[in-house]
Design a protein around this ligand. Structure first.
Ligand code: ADP
Ligand code: MG
Length: 369
């Protein structure tokens, strides 16, 4: 047996497939980059369900000229300098590997960007290693922002591409669910998505293949726009800070006491769990019990029997200092460990007591718009 070192390209390929596991991961990483760049409008365009291309356009800060050469190089990030910074970082990204990985698994990648200081935007073709192979001016961005387009994702990972093709019916739904996750947590940002079958005859912003969530002033209004006024009227928001641990605040939207279950359960499982607006996979994380306790309390409150295992609509954002949790567990950062999860559970219980039992609710600052 001979032990040899892998060449750089092989390492990059092996790694990229783990960072970008499926088409949804591309959408997620691009949306997060746009949010990190302070975008107020994010548009996602899918051609042939993302198999031909996925494009995310934002009106964020854009990428400064000096940074552009490194934008898609592995481990180049503008968000983190040293490991200790993780304890205070609030951006979605910090590993500097998403763009690099996305370019590595796509046939072609184009980044257009303009800062507000630039007179004109620039278009960059990025190669598999994350180097810029070509650049030219572009007029497609008026004020500031960034458009990233990835063509033929997984073209070089045939099994993954085959799987993506097979999963088209589910992934259309998953893309939408993913966009809604971010749209709910960022009411002030306009989100839109467009699906087109092919590049020929594609007209954005029209037909049933488009979805738009305008910027709003509250999560409650966003719920009304996305799910309709019936649900918006059936839920209520509570914001509570821990008196003994003021760095912890829970922002929750829950079904109102005695609200109609047919409204609350309509549309399937709608559970939104975040930590500092970062969507968390509650099934995979320590927050599963939290969802279960909301489910049980609502079920008991409306008198449904114990066999009802469906989750009611709920939105939970745990706002806490970044040094009290660790989100650097898997590359997509949807699993999380807490220093003291009991604090969170206690505070949520306190809210649930107020909503679903007869206790006085004067302790709560009920959020008004
Ligand atoms: P990370 O988000 O972990 O820093 P990425 O590979 O996702 O790593 O992005 C690398 C860098 O490219 C970011 O740190 C940021 O400076 C820049 N960037 C990526 N997307 C955008 C965007 N939409 N707008 C502005 N800058 C961006
Ligand atoms: Mg990123």
């Amino acid at each position: 047996m001979t032990i040899k070192v892998l060449d750089k390209t092989t390492i990059q390929h092996l790694h990229s497939g783990q960072v970008i596991v499926d088409l949804e991961a591309i959408v997620k990483e691009l949306i997060e980059n746009s949010l990190d760049a302070n975008a107020t409008s994010i548009e996602v365009v899918f051609i042939n369900n993302g198999l031909e291309s996925i494009q995310v356009k934002d009106d964020g800060d854009g990428i400064e000229e000096n940074d552009r050469l490194c934008v898609a190089k592995r481990h180049y990030t503008s968000k983190l300098v040293k490991f200790d910074d993780l304890e205070s970082i609030s951006s979605y990204g910090f590993r500097g590997e998403a763009l690099n990985s996305m370019c590595a698994i796509s046939e072609n990648a184009i980044i257009m960007t303009k800062t507000k200081e630039d007179v004109i935007g620039k278009q960059y073709d990025v190669d598999k290693e994350g180097f810029i192979s070509n650049e030219k001016p572009t007029n497609s961005i008026s004020k500031s922002g960034t458009n990233v387009t990835l063509y033929k994702p997984f073209y070089n990972l045939p099994v993954r591409r085959q799987l993506a093709k097979k999963n088209i019916p589910q992934s259309t739904r998953k893309f939408q669910d993913l966009i809604v996750q971010y749209a709910l947590a960022h009411p002030n940002v306009r989100f839109s998505s467009h699906q087109a079958r092919d590049t020929v005859g594609y007209i954005p912003n029209t037909g049933n293949n488009s979805w738009i969530k305008p910027a709003t002033t509250s999560i409650e209004k966003t719920i009304g726009i996305i799910y309709g006024s019936q649900l918006a009227n059936a839920v209520e928001r509570f914001v509570e800070t821990d008196i003994h641990h003021p760095t912890l605040t829970i922002d929750m939207i829950l079904p109102k006491r005695n609200s109609d279950p047919s409204v609350i359960y309509k549309g399937g499982d709608r559970v939104f769990v975040y930590v500092n607006q970062r969507p968390i996979n509650y099934v995979k994380s320590e927050l599963k019990e939290l969802v279960t306790s909301v489910r049980n309390r609502y079920r008991e409150n409306v008198g449904l029997n114990e066999n009802n295992r469906k989750n009611p609509f709920m939105y939970i954002d745990i706002q806490m200092s970044p040094d009290e949790y660790d989100v650097n567990i898997d590359p997509n950062k949807t699993t999380i460990y807490f220093q003291n999860k009991q604090l969170i559970f206690n505070l949520v219980d306190k809210i649930l007591d107020t909503v679903y039992s007869n206790k006085i609710d004067s302790l709560f600052i009920k959020q008004t718009e």
